[in-house]
Structures are given as C-alpha cells and as structure tokens.
Design a protein around this ligand. Structure first.
Ligand SMILES: [Zn+2]
Length: 327
C-alpha cells in the first residue's frame, strides 16, 4: 500500500509540475493526495441517515444544516444562502434553499463546483412494486456529489496562494417540484435556474470561468463519458478537465462515446454563457432511483478519481493566469 501511494504521489507531483511549473509543487501535490475517498464515504454515510432528503422533509433541513456546518468550519469560506418559496401545479408551496460556500470570495477569477443535495422522495423505480413508496437512499444520486464538493473543499483548505476562488454551490430541487426527477414527465430543476438568475449579485464584475456540476459519481467501476451539452458549452475547459482526468484516472475518464444531452443543473449555467460541464455516470442500472442506491454501491477509488482530478484542474486553472473559455 505504501509503495503504491508513494508512486501515486510521485506521479501526481510530476503531473502538477508539468501543469503549473515548479513553484510550490510539493504543497500543491499534497492538496491532491489529501483528497480522501474514505472521508468522502463518511459524508455519504452521514447523509443517508437523513433519507429522504427531498424538499420539505426533515432530512432536507438536516442536510442543509450539515452542509452549512461543514462550510462554516472551513477557513477562508464565506457562506451565502439563497432562500425562496416556489410553487407547483397543485398549489403546494416549496421552501427552497441553495447554499453557497465561497472559498476566497475576494478573488475575481472564479470557478463554480456545483451539485444538487436534494434527493428523490421515494424509490419509484424499484423493480419490486411493493417498495416503490419507500425512501430512495440516494448514495449515488445525490449524496456522492455533495461528498465530492465537501472533500474537495477540505483538501483545498491550506491552499492560500492561488489566484482563483472557488464557489461550492449546493443546489436545491434538481429532482423537480415533485422530487421525482425522471419519474415526473413534467420535470424541471428548481435550484439551478434560481442560482443562474442571481449571477449578477454574486459576480458583479465578471462571470465565473467555468462551472462543473457533479451528479452520480461514486459507483464502483465508474465510467465518465463526455456529455453532449458539456462539450458544446465547456469548450476548452471541458478539454482541459478531461485531459487531466484521463491522466489521473485513465480507467474512469473516457473520450467516448458521447452521452446525452442530459438534463441536469449544467443547463441553466450554460444558458447564461458560463462554460458548464456535467460530470456524471448515468449508467446506474439496476439501482437508479430504487431502494438499492445505497453506500455499498460506492467506491472510494471512484470518488478519489473524481476528486483528485478536480483539485488538479483547479490548480492548473490557477496557474494558467487568464480566462480561456476556449470557445
Ligand atoms: Zn442527481
């Protein structure tokens, strides 16, 4: 194990050196190896205790509290909350909240890392019809994205000499007004369009250089393929992320075939002109939105592949010195 870890650190150090030059290479490599898949799994296991985490449930409030507590214990982070009341066709009111952890808010150049934290309200897709009203644990669909963001923040906490700030955006209501996601024929996301409408107040001088959205990123044998809208919107940033991913985790990041377009939170951000990338393994059959979307389907290795690629990408962006959408 030690030998393997040493080799991994050496390779990562070499790669960071190639990416960002020689200054503070050791520090930067430690940011990457500090990304801890076991810690990410701990986040997932904690979140599952509050299932369901869908709009209006106690678990939803507990999840918001947990995210807020994690952000507030992170140095250099300012918290912003967007709270609003939504409605749906049957007259029900929806209490919605996006939680944003702004890491180094004073920096003008910014990267958005986003995920949704709400879960599906019930396991509507379970093959056993008797279980379809049961809670949907959502280890992969939605806890995995939350875990990736929280552990990425943790691994960056000692990174202070960069030029780029990162906004960790925990979006509400991605599963739609009925919290049924794909199970609702009239599905639309709630949190990301609200966030996109408020861009001016969060980014008064310049838009973020990129937004990366994570969803369903923990399963064993994770395979990430380019998503159609992400290629189009992400442009050069998509290429940069994928090239780093292929070097860091060649078994996980793949060049093709292209998937989608997949309707997720990247849509609203792409529509505002931010290069936006969805990182998702949508091939989650037979567990997708069933009672079997549990933590045992997740892999520490998969989480680390996504997390360490993300940290390398951020360091690479910070070293690039300028905004390049590549479009
Ligand atoms: Zn999802």
């Amino acid at each position: 194990m030690k030998v393997k870890l040493f080799i991994a650190i050496a390779l990562l150090t070499q790669f960071v050196a190639a990416s960002v030059g020689t200054s503070a290479v050791a520090d930067q490599a430690s940011n990457i190896v500090r990304w801890n898949g076991k810690a990410a799994m701990t986040h997932i296991n904690l979140l599952l205790r509050w299932t369901p985490r869908s709009i209006g449930t106690v678990g939803h409030a507990d999840t918001v509290e947990y995210i807020t507590q994690q952000l507030s214990s992170s140095p250099g982070v300012t918290i912003e909350r967007q709270e609003w009341i939504g409605s749906r066709g049957d007259g029900a009111t929806l209490h919605l909240i996006n939680v944003i952890g702004r890491f180094h808010p004073e920096r003008r150049r910014r990267i958005i890392l986003a995920t949704h934290f709400d879960s599906i309200v019930s396991a509507y897709k379970d093959p056993d019809s008797r279980l379809r009203a049961d809670p949907m644990p959502g280890a992969n669909n939605s806890a995995s994205g939350v875990a990736v963001l929280l552990e990425t923040l943790h691994s960056l906490r000692r990174w202070i000499d960069g030029t780029v700030g990162v906004d960790f955006v925990f979006l509400d209501g991605e599963e739609g007004p009925y919290s049924l996601g794909e199970g609702d024929p009239k599905w639309y996301p709630l949190g990301s369009p609200h966030f996109a409408d408020k861009l001016q107040s969060l980014y008064p001088t310049q838009l973020p250089e990129v937004a990366i959205v994570y969803d369903m990123v923990c399963k064993k044998d994770l395979r990430l393929y380019p998503e159609a809208l992400s290629i189009q919107s992400g442009g050069g940033e998509f290429r940069r992320l994928w090239d780093i991913g292929k070097k860091t985790a060649p078994g996980v990041f793949k060049d093709g075939p292209t998937i989608g377009p997949i309707g997720d939170d990247q849509m609203a951000l792409a529509a505002k002109g931010i290069p936006s990338i969805l990182v998702i393994d949508f091939d989650y059959s037979p567990w997708f939105n069933t009672t079997k979307d549990t933590a045992d389907k997740c892999s520490i290795t998969s989480l680390e592949a996504v997390g360490r690629t993300t940290v390398l990408y951020i360091l690479n962006k910070a070293a690039s010195g300028s905004s390049e959408s590549g479009r």
